[in-house]
Design a protein. Structure first.
Length: 443
């Protein structure tokens, strides 16, 4: 084909900015950023011609081609807080305005994380009867979402027409991955490739000496990771190493027994997130100043650069890179000048090219707010506890960080609107008609 005639006449509606590249006779159009979820697109090519044809002869142009495709529905999971949904995982399809409870009523979900294909959700849960009696004996499970997986990775490089259609698995199929008979299960994390789960466990018989990280992988028995114990951890984007707080810093360890650290960053105490390509991380440094202790958020790259983005006398609760790796969205607090210790939470955006901070949203004063940035970078979900159980009322099964029972919570959606310069701008958040906690977008 005449490459110029193809590039000049290829149309996408709605438009999707991208770049052309050629390898022999094969052309690729690579998007500059993810296509918006929940959208139908038309691909049209006409007036293209082969390289030997007469450009002035309209009869030599190709027959017009028109194709259609659609991106995944906007969907997320959250923890229900009221009625029959209390303590259960709920899937909400924002595109189709449909919701479905995924977990059975006899389990109370404590934490969860979607698998990279969105077809399952990893979660920890306790028996509802035991939870009501004050026992936190949580086990690790996976539950299906019923979502059809059609991503390029799942196709194995084959063409769609050569594949036999696969029926989506029924939603709500629960599988136990790890029991709690001999060990208590604490924090867990799922690798970006969905093949490894790391769980922090403590022995019931010898809790003072037998505690640390365990590895769960398909078709293999759970095994402890033989390494020095540590604190907070996060699996790296390569899915073969983990960042863990050890001693006075962050260690990057391979997922191998007794392996030497790949790196050690003594000045940082917590890693909040990695960029998708693994070239950058958002890390927290605790500034020990007797009169005014603060926390700093740093951008740390695999090239060895460390750049302070901001510091606060409050807390840095969460940070997520947008798909283009230009903006870092953060959930942070600042200490209020009052006699009582109160922290004012903000949702902010930091432009990683200019280091300019934009305050997107002033949030209610509370510690339990969580945020989730959509895979296409066009929306942020967050929660707001709107009622806590008062004295004398029947206590609920869900509790905040202070141990108070949560009676109700609502979910909010904040659209991401970019200025002409490409930076996020403050807009009004939208209340969703859902009572829930800890919303998390599906990939």
């Amino acid at each position: 084909m005449d490459r110029a005639s193809v590039e000049e006449n290829l149309r996408l509606e709605p438009p999707l900015p991208g770049k052309f590249s050629w390898s022999g006779r094969r052309m690729a159009y690579t998007l500059e950023k993810p296509a918006p979820y929940g959208t139908q697109f038309e691909v049209r090519l006409q007036d293209a011609r082969d390289r030997f044809s007469n450009p002035d002869d309209e009869r030599t142009a190709i027959d017009p081609f028109v194709g259609n495709f659609q991106t995944r529905d906007r969907a997320f999971v959250y923890l229900g807080v009221e009625g029959e949904q209390e303590g259960r995982l709920v899937l909400y399809n924002l595109t189709q305005q449909q919701e479905q409870v995924l977990t059975p009523e006899d389990l109370v979900v404590m934490d969860f994380e979607p698998y990279p294909e969105g077809d399952r959700v990893l979660f920890s849960a306790t028996d509802r009867t035991a939870q009501q009696q004050g026992s936190l004996d949580q086990r690790i499970y996976a539950v299906t979402t019923g979502i059809q997986v059609r991503s390029p990775d799942s196709l194995g490089g084959q063409q769609n027409e050569n594949l036999t259609p696969v029926e989506p698995q029924q939603a709500g199929v629960v599988q136990q991955l790890l029991d709690s008979q001999d060990y208590q299960n604490l924090k867990f994390d799922l690798s970006p490739d969905g093949q490894t789960v790391i769980v922090q466990r403590v022995s019931r018989e010898n809790p003072g000496a037998d505690f640390g990280l365990w590895i769960l992988q398909p078709d293999a028995a759970p095994r402890p990771l033989e390494t020095e114990p540590g604190g907070d951890f996060l699996i790296a984007p390569d899915s073969s190493s983990v960042a863990i707080a050890q001693g006075q810093g962050m260690a990057i360890l391979p997922l191998e027994d007794q392996a030497d650290p790949l790196d050690f960053l003594p000045q940082f105490g917590m890693v909040l997130s990695f960029s998708r390509d693994g070239t950058a991380a958002a890390m927290v440094r605790f500034n020990v100043e007797p009169q005014n202790p603060t926390r700093s958020l740093f951008l740390v790259t695999n090239q060895g650069t460390e750049q302070e983005l901001f510091r606060t006398d409050g807390s840095i609760l969460a940070a997520e890179f947008d798909p283009t790796k230009r903006v870092l969205y953060c959930l942070m607090t600042e200490l209020l000048p009052t006699e009582a210790y109160l922290e004012q939470p903000y949702l902010i955006a930091v432009d990683l090219e200019t280091q300019e901070r934009t305050d997107l949203l002033l949030l209610p004063i509370q510690r339990d707010i969580q945020m989730s940035l959509s895979p296409d970078g066009l929306g942020i979900l967050f929660d707001q506890v709107v009622a806590e159980t008062e004295e004398g009322e029947e206590p609920g099964i869900l509790r905040n960080q202070e141990g108070k029972a949560i009676a109700s919570s609502k979910l909010w959606f904040l659209p991401v609107v970019l200025t002409a310069e490409g930076s996020p701008a403050p807009v009004e958040a939208q209340s969703l008609p859902l009572a829930g906690l800890r919303p998390h977008w599906l990939p």
